[in-house]
Design a protein around this ligand. Sequence first.
Ligand code: ATP
Ligand code: MG
Length: 564
Amino acid sequence: MVNPANSGEKPKNFIERIIENDIASGNTPSGVITRFPPEPNGYLHIGHAKSITLNFTLAEKYNGTCHLRFDDTNPAKEELEYIESIKRDISWLGFSWQPHEYFASDYFALIYDIAEKLILEGKAYVDSLSAEEIRQYRGTLKEPGRESPDRNRSADENLRLFREMRDGKHHDGTYVLRAKIDMKSPNLNMRDPTLFRIKKIDHHRTGATWSIYPMYDFTHPLSDAVEHVTHSICTLEFEDHRPLYDWVVENSGLESVPHQYEFSRLNLNYTVMSKRLLLQLVKEGHVAGWDDPRMPTLSGMRRRGYTPEAIRNFVELTGVAKTVGTVDHALLDHCLREDLNLRAKRLMAVLDPVTVIIDNYPEDTVEWFDAENNPEDSSAGTRKIPFSRELLIEREDFMENPPRKYFRLAPGREIRLKHAYYITCTHIVKHNDQITEIHCTYDPESRGGSTPDERKVRGTSHWVSAKHAVDCEIRLYDRLFSAEVPGERTGSFLDDINPDSIKVIAGCKAENSIVSIQPGEYLQFMRTGYFCLDAVDSTPELPVFNRTLPLRDSWEKLKKKLGI
Ligand code: ATP
Ligand code: MG
């Protein structure tokens, strides 16, 4: 578990130290260039936010540039929708890559030329082994690999075959182009890795131009070099690919020499982050889409009401290191609550309404009270809320036969209505055992929340005026998975899907000012949590609100428990 950094000057992370050394030794004459290289085969998730924040803030800090490069080498999987969503999410996080937007596919011709150069230099060959044979020939960590019978094909023959592959003369899988490195290398990635494979599929950007496509391990270092990237930062699972990265750069003939550095990826409990698994959740309908508010995707989190500032703060708190760990979801919630507390507009909504009638209040009178929008922020101003004879409060805020320590409304007991008056319950009306009306009197002297005799009440309830209230639907969320590590128990992450991760509450009543709320505004419905207007399912007739999270802070509790 990761401990949030203590306050004060932040110590430098290891990548910052490397960059500062490089700057001091004159290794970055044209400035620091980083890049974020998503494969457009899914929506971005919170793990990507870590990589984005790291790459963009490093560039910012050292007066450099951060490129956005779509790693679109696999024509089968990529879609325009993903490209658009990735751009939207990075912008939402508050970063700008303009004008440095690139696509690996823009370099296909150049990458092809470099492959021909390698062939002519005897550093690459066309192999006719099948994928399965290549796997067998590769050997294992304990056993060296065996050389393919095609390894010593002449350069002329290799060139002829490679051009035929390019010209679509061969079927998928009949040939590949491999680097000629070392079949005995202790690093499996160096045992003649594949550079190009035949794929007779149209590409979303290059159309039918290519019948062959370069592999990621060949494309990535070349793209970095072409763009003069200085620090190519990726996650730890690429550590073993670094020797190949360096081999490709060194043999490319390109002038610029980028270097790869690895840090440990962000792992979060109670969720999955692999795009393959997220895609499965979407495709099989376990969620309503990539932007389902329960998804760990940035679009899901945005729709749920997360702020980009909280996400950035969270990923920065988790630090940049080489040690692998899992971060507790409660830390993310904590960052979010801290931010929302400062900026969320306080409103009143009643999730499970019961009628309160103030018998000594005039029938047709409406009073408009000033309610502060945010006690944490005086610049947020006030709004007017209507008060009338018939009100609605939460059903759970009343008890007919309460225990002694119950401080909410009960027969003969007095409470404060937030921003309004003190009321005392006189009697109730029931229908089929269900309370239908709670009758009260109000104290006109308690206007605004206090009385001349400074009488104290323990409970304060939120409420809405029945005839002014607006109908709405409220969606409460719980974790999408009920296990810390989904799939750990049975091997299938689907087995750990929480069947109660969404609860839709119809018939809620909110104060009338909600009609002007827009998606993207951060709200707190007093005492029930932080909310936002759902950007997808809301209609003017029926606004839908997503609960971002409840008010209680489990990270604070956890900290107490752990004594930190
Ligand atoms: P997935 O494993 O979910 O398919 P990926 O790493 O294949 O993700 P890419 O689109 O290739 O997805 O990722 C773009 C960048 O984001 C890469 O540099 C990758 O290292 C980084 N990244 C992905 N997941 C995480 C994570 N959990 N924490 C930090 N960085 C991440
Ligand atoms: Mg990847």
